[in-house]
Structures are given as structure tokens and as C-alpha cells.
Design a binder for this molecule. Structure first.
Ligand SMILES: [Zn+2]
Length: 438
């Protein structure tokens, strides 16, 4: 078998919003899975020991990066599948040996679904019992199919806070926060995920989803502990106060987000306590818009869930628009595993941003490839089609710049220079039918 590959005659969408698509291009890929060269097909003859793959009429772009997922669930609406008591009992069961086996099987399936749908890198921000660490290593060792995975283990929350007690390590002082960072580090994580506010999934009253739960002192200690060993910190924050406390404490990414004021805008751009001097925003519009925008006869949610989802969605959208306006670094995540957020629908996040926040398709593609790679600290070897980077690529039959839905079903996915073996993605038709109405 030939060790190098040449993808010829394709139109390249580079990943950088300022570079227009280039037709009739060749991408040379080396034995190590890295891009050796990129150029016009007529100027870049393939080496003799190259496998030549003619992609005439096809579009090639960098693999998608999803910066915010959970792998423990597939996105089937919780209120349609199980009641709360059953859910709690189920979560308790996950801690047993049998439970962990069931859990990792589901997580593997979800990771595979994401990869088959074009996601070549994924950051998972909150899972049970370090099964995310286990899955990351299985994928790295070629024992499971899935994207390059970055994981954060348990949430860090306050007692009774978001995700507690099952999904979070609880702590109520700066030192307890440091200890919980150390526990997750011992567990093998790549990132630390904290919760400065409540969330829609566990709020018992209207307005509680965004209620502040952590203090600035606690956030500062956690960030200091993580940063000194080079780990970045992501903060679940669903209100202006939650965002403020997280940024003041030095977190590197704000998840979901909220409307900003002059202080938070300036802290995003220049954050002395963050690892790299700035913080980024990862809005996850899909975590809010289905429940907020669909008719309640269709979603069947309680007044509290509906009210909180509307509030959070409005805030996320406002924060996203402000971030665009003020040149804040923005990434894209979906919050897959939440109700209506599947592992194969990353394209819908881009579609929603294009239609509801008015960004260009080119910008959306930039955010989900180049910008996400930068934010995750992977910018040197992922996120664009450039010499020296990993060949994590999507081959598409249609031009995504004309219709973003072209991303929904990639013709082929390449990971580390090798085409991914195609497997059928099991979709959830009732979810897609509803989302198509928005
Ligand atoms: Zn989440």
C-alpha cells in the first residue's frame, strides 16, 4: 500500500474566514497523517509513491470541532424519555461496575456518531466517573472510533450546585476548590470545568438557572491551581453575574454566556488571571433554542423549564451578538446530550447563528474550525488546511457556503490522514422533525 495520499482537483474551504474558497487544489498528506503541501493541482504533481484520490467536484474543509459536548446521553428529550425519579435512580446506578459498562458503551456510540457526522475534535465538559478519560484513551489507542477527545471529568460545583451531587465534585472554599482540581487531575483530565451558576436542567424555580453559586475567591483558587500545571478552565455561566465572577477569577472559556457590560467585555479581551491573557465565549444556542422557540404543545415542558430556557436563550443570543460586535474570541459548542441536542447536529448550531444572529456562513465555518482550535489550544496542528497540520478533513458533495446543511452528511471524513470507515448514524427522527420547524 502506498504511504502518502494526494487529494486532487478539489475546492478547498480553508477554515479562515478571510481566505476565499480555492478550486482545483491538491492536498498532499504524509505518512504521519500531516499535511505535506497544499497547492493548485496543475502545479503540485503527486509523488510516485502517492495514492491519488481525484475529488473533482467535491469540497474539502477542515474537520469540525465541537467545543462543548457531554457524551453520556444522545440528546433524546429527557422529559419524553424518563421521569425525574427514574433519572436519579439511573444516575446512581451508573456508579456500579455494570453501570459504568453501560455508560461507556453509550459514550462510545455517541463519539462514533459525532465522528461520522464530521466532528474530528471534541471537548467534553462534564461526564460521570472519568469514563471520558477512559474513552479518550481508547480512541487514542485505536480501540474505539471517535474524534480527538479532550475531557474534563466531573464538574466542580458548590454543595447542591449545578450537576451536584452525581455529576459534580462539591466544594465550598478556595481550598476545597483546589482539592477538587487535584482530584480531577489525578483522574486524568485535560481541562477543568466549573459551574458559577445554576442550570436549566436542575433549576427548581424561574430565574434559578442563572443564579450565582460560586464566589470569586473560589474561582480564583481553582484557576490558579489548574493554570500552574497548564490546564485551562471552562465555566458554565448563565447570567451576567455568573460571567463576571468567572472572568474575574480567570477562567479561559465562558460556556453559554449572558448579556455583557463594559467590565465583562473588557475582561474577555484582556484577562490577566486567565492562562493566555484573554478569555473566549462558547455560546451553545442549541441548549436553549428548541425549548424556547418550539410550541409548548410539542415540547411538553413545565413552566419552570420553559421560562428558564427562554431567559437563558435570550441571554446567550445577546451575549453572542455583543461578542461579535466587540471582537471577543468566539467558539462553537452544542451542549450535545441535552434535550434536542444530538451528536450529529453540529451544523444546526451554525445554521441558527447564521439565521438568528446574522453571521456569514464563512464566519460560522471559521468559528467551528480555526477559532475553536485556537481556543482549545490546538491551533498549531488543527483547525485549518495548512502545511504541517493534521489532515483532519471533511469531503463534501455540496458547497457548504451555499447551504450549511451540506455539513449534515459528509461524503467522507478523514482523521489523522486516514479516511474513517463509514458506519450508519442512527438519527432521532422525532427530534429532527421538530428542529426543522424552527
Ligand atoms: Zn454542558
Amino acid at each position: 500500500m502506498k504511504s502518502m495520499r494526494a487529494l486532487t482537483h478539489c475546492t478547498i474551504i480553508h477554515g479562515h474566514a478571510s481566505i476565499p474558497p480555492e478550486p482545483d487544489m491538491t492536498i498532499l498528506i504524509g505518512e504521519d497523517g500531516n499535511i505535506l503541501n497544499v497547492g493548485k493541482t496543475n502545479e503540485l504533481p503527486p509523488h510516485a509513491d502517492c495514492e491519488v484520490i481525484n475529488l473533482g467536484g467535491k469540497f474539502v474543509m477542515p474537520g469540525l470541532i465541537n467545543a462543548h459536548v457531554h457524551l453520556f446521553s444522545d440528546g433524546k428529550p429527557m422529559q419524553l424519555s424518563v421521569g425525574e425519579n427514574l433519572l436519579n435512580a439511573g444516575v446512581k446506578l451508573l456508579g456500579t461496575g455494570l453501570g459504568k459498562r453501560i455508560l461507556i458503551k453509550r459514550m462510545r456510540k455517541n463519539a462514533e456518531t459525532a465522528l461520522q457526522s464530521g466532528v474530528t475534535t471534541m471537548r467534553s465538559v462534564g461526564e460521570f466517573f472519568y469514563q471520558d478519560v477512559k474513552l479518550r484513551d481508547l480512541i487514542q489507542n485505536g480501540k474505539a472510533q471517535g474524534p480527538r477527545l479532550m475531557v474534563s471529568g466531573f464538574f466542580l460545583s458548590v454543595t447542591g450546585g449545578h450537576g451536584a451531587p452525581f455529576l459534580a465534585l462539591e466544594g465550598d472554599s478556595p481550598w476545597e476548590g483546589r482539592k477538587n482540581v487535584r482530584k480531577n487531575v489525578r483522574g486524568g483530565v485535560d481541562w477543568i470545568k466549573i459551574c458559577t451558576t445554576g442550570g436549566v436542567t436542575d433549576a427548581k424555580a424561574l430565574g434559578e438557572a442563572g443564579r450565582l453559586q460560586m464566589t470569586e475567591d473560589e474561582v480564583t483558587a481553582i484557576c490558579d491551581e489548574a493554570h500552574k500545571i497548564g490546564l485551562m478552565v471552562a465555566a458554565h455561566a448563565e447570567s451576567p453575574e455568573g460571567v463576571r465572577v468567572a472572568l474575574r477569577g480567570g477562567v479561559d472559556t465562558i460556556e453559554h454566556g449572558a448579556a455583557m457590560d463594559a467590565e465583562t467585555i473588557s475582561l474577555f479581551k484582556n484577562n490577566p488571571r486567565s492562562l493566555r491573557g484573554y478569555s473566549s465565549l462558547i455560546p451553545t444556542l442549541q441548549a436553549g433554542y428548541p425549548t424556547a422557540l418550539l410550541d409548548r404543545d410539542l415540547t411538553n415542558v413545565s413552566d419552570t423549564v420553559y421560562g428558564n430556557a427562554c431567559l437563558i436563550y435570550e441571554h446567550m443570543l445577546k451575549g453572542f451578538r455583543q461578542a461579535l460586535e466587540h471582537g471577543i474570541t468566539i467558539g462553537i459548542g452544542t451542549d450535545a446530550a441535552m434535550s434536542y441536542v444530538t451528536h450529529y447536529n453540529l451544523w444546526r448550531e451554525l445554521d441558527h447563528m447564521i439565521r438568528f444572529a446574522g453571521i456569514t456562513t464563512m464566519k460560522a465555518i471559521d468559528l467551528v474550525t480555526r477559532s475553536n482550535a485556537e481556543i482549545l489550544g490546538l491551533g498549531d496542528d488543527r483547525g485549518t488546511i495548512d502545511r504541517g497540520k493534521k489532515a483532519d478533513l471533511l469531503v463534501l458533495e455540496q458547497n457548504p457556503l451555499e447551504n450549511i446543511r451540506a455539513l449534515a452528511d459528509p461524503y467522507q471524513v478523514m482523521l489523522n490522514g486516514a479516511f474513517v470507515e463509514k458506519r450508519t448514524v442512527r438519527k432521532i427522527p422525532e427530534v429532527d422533525l421538530l428542529l426543522d420547524r424552527i
